[in-house]
Design a protein around this ligand. Structure first.
Ligand SMILES: NC(=O)c1ccc[n+]([C@@H]2O[C@H](COP(=O)([O-])OP(=O)(O)OC[C@H]3O[C@@H](n4cnc5c(N)ncnc54)[C@H](OP(=O)(O)O)[C@@H]3O)[C@@H](O)[C@H]2O)c1
Length: 316
């Protein structure tokens, strides 16, 4: 892959998109294109078509999406379904019609059935009902995976889908109304520490098991999949190891230095009991995660401390 190919990173200011941008820049790719949602609303088909006609990218990486935690998914099902489909449909269709050679679609592990066997293999897609709290988002993502697969099958183009597990890291969303579990915990522990080590209340029972991947590891996987041609359409990206939410809370508490009590509010939903990716397909393709959870949480907390004033707010 020559370093002068034009790569459009949709969602380049987000946690994932910005990590991909930095990773590509670090590898010497020097024709990177990005537009903010204000400059180019990806829900707008005509605007997206005009942008592709003008820019003619060689490669498109789709890291643009409306994302959020259980609360946001529950409150805004229509936006999570429709906006995500609009964004990815416009990107995929414009890529096909302007002859983009490589398209990397980023989905999420929530595409797999709620009670699928663990660890989750790519072949479990569409074998059972989804987790109801985020099914809207998951259905949108499944249509994206299938669109890329259809293009691959019908036109023979190198369009692939990467399904990252739960991500965390620098540039994460720390807004408690819309954030995922790890950054939400980090902020709660930090604020409780600042307030004299008051008790921290966390959602659920603490027993579900989850897997977490450092966002820079995902960016590395995206660069790897750009530079290598994969045999298939769908690949999980994760670490292949998980821990309970309680263990995660204790690790973050230790990193932050909070010494107060942790209270579990078991009236709040837990979500899927366990979510661990089978990452053997990606490993066979030659890629493996490198950053351990303790190191990743420490690096994330350092970033949090440096950037507390500038946390973005997701508007709904
Ligand atoms: N975060 C995770 O734990 C996680 C886990 C698995 C998969 N993923 C996947 O990774 C991808 C990116 O997630 P993220 O965590 O980086 O999200 P994020 O930080 O919220 O970033 C999302 C990006 O999408 C852009 N965007 C949203 N709506 C748009 C619109 N209508 N028009 C143009 N751009 C729009 C935003 O642009 P502006 O900033 O310009 O508004 C933003 O840069 C998603 O596909 C998600 O499913 C994330």
């Amino acid at each position: 892959m020559t370093k002068t190919i034009k790569i459009y990173i949709a969602g380049h200011r987000g946690m994932v998109g910005s990590a991909i941008w930095r990773a590509l820049e670090a590898k010497g790719y020097n024709k990177l294109v990005g537009k903010t949602s204000k400059e180019l609303d990806l829900r707008n088909k005509e605007a997206v078509e005009a942008f592709f006609d003008q820019e003619k990218p060689d490669v498109v990486i789709d890291a643009a999406a409306r994302v959020g935690g259980i609360l946001a998914n529950n409150n805004y099902p229509y936006q999570f379904l429709m906006e995500n489909m609009q964004i990815q449909n416009n990107l995929i269709d414009s890529s096909l019609s302007t002859d983009v050679q490589k398209f990397i679609f980023l989905g999420s592990s929530c595409i797999y059935p709620k009670l699928a066997p663990q660890p989750l293999k790519e072949e479990y897609l569409l074998t059972g009902p989804l987790e109801p709290t985020n099914e809207w988002y998951a259905i949108a993502k499944i249509t994206g995976v299938k669109a890329c697969e259809a293009i691959r099958k019908q036109f023979g183009k190198d369009y692939i889908s990467l399904m990252p597990t739960n991500l965390y890291g620098t540039h994460d969303n720390f807004d408690l109304n819309t954030s995922h579990v790890l950054p939400a915990m980090m902020r709660k522990f930090h604020e409780a520490k600042e307030n004299g080590n008051t008790a921290v209340e966390l959602w659920g029972s603490g027993t579900p098991k989850r897997e977490f991947l450092f966002v820079e590891d995902l960016a590395d996987a995206v660069v790897y999949s750009l530079e290598n041609k994969f045999q298939d359409n769908l690949y999980n990206v994760g670490t292949g190891t998980d821990l309970t939410i309680k263990e995660l809370a204790e690790l973050i508490q230790k990193t932050v230095g909070h010494t107060g009590e942790i209270k579990w509010d078991s009236s709040k939903p837990d979500g899927t009991p366990r979510k661990l990716m089978d990452v053997s397909k990606m490993e066979q393709a030659g890629w493996k995660a490198k950053v351990g959870l303790e190191e990743g949480i420490t690096r994330t907390y350092e970033w949090f401390l440096e950037n507390q004033e500038t946390f973005k707010q997701v508007k709904l």
